[in-house]
Design a protein around this ligand. Sequence first.
Ligand SMILES: Nc1ncnc2c1ncn2[C@@H]1O[C@H](COP(=O)(O)OP(=O)(O)O)[C@@H](O)[C@H]1O
Ligand SMILES: O=P(O)(O)OC[C@H]1O[C@](O)(COP(=O)(O)O)[C@@H](O)[C@@H]1O
Ligand SMILES: [Mg+2]
Length: 480
Amino acid sequence: MAGVSQMKIVNGAAGYVLEDVPHLTDYIPHLPTYPNQLQDNPAYAGVKQYFVNVDDTVAQKIVVHNSSPRGTHFRRAGPRQKVYFKSDDVRACIVTCGGLCPGLNTVIREIVCGLYHMYGVTKVLGIDGGYRGFYAKNTINLTPKVVDDIHKRGGTILGTSRGGHDTSKIVDSIQDRGINQVYIIGGDGTQKGAAVIYEEIRRRGLNVAVAGIPKTIDNDIPVIDRSFGFDTAVEEAQRAINAAHVEAGSFENGIGIVKLMGRHSGFIAMYATLASRDVDCCLIPESPFYLEGKGGLFEFIKRRLKENGHMVIVVAEGAGQDLLAKYLQSMNQQDASGNSLLQDVGLWISHKINDHFARVQKMAITLKYIDPTYMIRAVPGNASDNVYCSLLAQSAVHGAMAGYTGFTVGPVNGRHSYIPFERINERQNQVVITDRMWARLLSSTNQPSFISPRVVAESKKKQYKPPTQLLDGDRCENNH
Ligand SMILES: Nc1ncnc2c1ncn2[C@@H]1O[C@H](COP(=O)(O)OP(=O)(O)O)[C@@H](O)[C@H]1O
Ligand SMILES: O=P(O)(O)OC[C@H]1O[C@](O)(COP(=O)(O)O)[C@@H](O)[C@@H]1O
Ligand SMILES: [Mg+2]
């Protein structure tokens, strides 16, 4: 695209590649620097080598062979010895966009407290109601006192929205308010919005750092190990699965169906299934399935009911949409952000199962459908997500103070890194059904793979690789 800055790529020895993030000095040379005041902070005085070395980078792939090139790396997140902002000059703002996610308030809290306690920054504005809040709403002054206990609440104290991204109005507002650090918390759509905001800021030559913090319960953001809120959502989903199991187990031929969020990525359904062990079948968008005939869902349900007398099915909201489109008239509706609005696969599948067992099998079943929808995301972050959110927020603050911009922060193989927007926005993270994690799921539920033996044989013939090949998925959790 014309006018879009190029990703900074640095090549090194033995196939080393650094996919670097932009720095304010790339387009505003000779910016003054200041010593990082953290070096005088008693809390960090005892930390051996507290500052990150400017050359530290994080490898994207950590499973390598002796002949492998060193591969792609990202800049390591963390505090730098030199900063590019004087504390008194910083005017930061925080915005939350897209759907809710456990931990949003924790990230807000830790950005405010991180700026205040680590860097002495006192001017932090909250943008009310997502991107459109930049130009259509008032701002909120955020201080450590205001955010003190917000991490205990679900949602976002700033409010959020879909749609309403108007780049030039947003950047006008940033400029008019004298904001020089923009913290943008949101999912795949939001990070795309952050990338165009960064480009416009750069085009105008503004001394403004743009930092993205990836949020989504769907875990559909690539490169990073996982997105915050995902862990909490999987934990909350257990409650729905437990209820489905209890209900199903209490009736003869009981079937419990739980629909879980996951528009294009089935991570919540997959992890909730693996965690629960009560699930007999998990259906996700990445793995097409069919209902009738040999190897189909109906045949499997009949067998499981015969063996166990009851069963639990977990279905991700984006699963089977192609099947539904065949039966129902596709409405092709979109939300304000342009995300497609899905048909209710849970209701549809419940209806199909009821109908099949009544009409074709002439067998009495009791089916209970549970749709916890927003209950898995409108909750505060759990302990692990809260710690994770704090690290994300602090890494973002360190990056912006050090003059980095146009980046999303996140852990890559456990090490927090600054990742260029291009890499975050180029694709969606999805369950790789040829990776081991999905195989683990299949072996734990013993459900059909819904792939015919002929297709498996043909794809094996086509894609034969030596048995020691590295797996394709770039995320460690898929490849354990
Ligand atoms: N391609 C895009 N360019 C600019 N802004 C976008 C783009 N996609 C989405 N947005 C904006 O990002 C915000 C959040 O997007 P949405 O898809 O609703 O949620 P999420 O960020 O959680 O995926 C919305 O305000 C939307 O207008
Ligand atoms: O009803 P809403 O608010 O549009 O949210 C529904 C969608 O939000 C999600 O929870 C996650 O969406 P984002 O993280 O992309 O905002 C999806 O799983 C779900 O499809
Ligand atoms: Mg999204």
